[in-house]
Design a protein around this ligand. Structure first.
Ligand SMILES: C[S@@+](CC[C@H](N)C(=O)[O-])C[C@H]1O[C@@H](n2cnc3c(N)ncnc32)[C@H](O)[C@@H]1O
Length: 223
């Protein structure tokens, strides 16, 4: 996408009621919506997150199917978020918000027990050892997710990366977390849960065109 188009999207994001773009300082110095997300949505419905949501396909699909849940997509890239935010406004989906922020700050964006469920859709696998700290299912991230999730809250990980799938399963088993469901090729498995097989993200569609198997893990973090 050209830089002109990106700038246009950034400008539009500023005007969208469903896009929240806190500065790093605002987040570090006591973010006003932390613990108060019900005031943004005007209801007490459970909140589901999509991390690294890109254009927000999961957020949009789940929000339109489940109006009694609120959905928040988080990504650093404003031009991608714009797509999901624009669609949500056009379709009058008031149970959606997007936050432009680093996922590393998630425990400063939400308070303890504020989140019902997390989806991580096609995260960058960060294969190099030196990138381990950026891998969205490493121990440090799991601790943060555990903090903001309700006690029975689940995490869903969908990825084309065998590395990410294997790394995450190994870590979950090694640390004694609860693997609720796991499969290494969901579209070849007739028992794959509907919400997992019925929505394809932007990246997922590209991987499927190349014939790559898509993997899935649903888990609970137990400490
Ligand atoms: C491979 S893309 C997947 C996007 C989308 N979920 C999909 O499946 O089409 C990974 C996304 O995660 C975002 N991302 C990666 N690391 C992040 C971080 N630490 N904080 C916020 N966003 C991040 C990137 O900006 C990118 O949009």
């Amino acid at each position: 996408m050209g830089s002109k188009n990106k700038l246009k999207r950034f400008r539009e994001n500023e005007t969208f009621s469903n896009v929240i773009q806190p500065t790093r300082e605002e987040v570090l110095n006591g973010f006003s919506l932390k613990g108060n997300w019900h005031t943004h949505f005007n209801n007490d419905n459970p909140i589901v997150l999509e991390l690294g949501c890109g254009k927000g396909e999961y957020t949009i699909a789940l929000a339109s199917k489940n109006p009694t849940f609120n959905y928040i997509g988080i990504d650093l890239k404003g031009a991608r978020l714009w797509r999901g935010a624009k669609t949500a406004l056009q379709e009058d989906l008031t149970n959606i918000a997007f936050i432009r922020s680093q996922i590393e700050l998630i425990d400063l964006l939400f308070s303890e027990n504020e989140i019902a469920e997390i989806w991580i859709t096609f995260p960058d696998p960060q294969i190099k050892y030196t990138r381990t700290k950026h891998r969205l299912t490493n121990t440090e991230f799991l601790k943060k997710y555990h903090h903001i999730l309700k006690p029975e809250g689940v995490v869903n990980l969908k990825t084309d990366s065998e590395f990410m799938h294997g790394y995450t399963l190994g870590l979950l088993h090694g640390e004694g977390h609860e693997v609720v469901y796991a499969h290494h090729d969901i579209y070849k498995n007739p028992h794959t849960p509907k919400e997992v097989a019925s929505t394809q993200t932007f990246y997922e569609s590209q991987y499927l065109e190349k014939g790559k198997p898509i993997t899935y893990i649903k888990f609970r973090i137990r400490y």
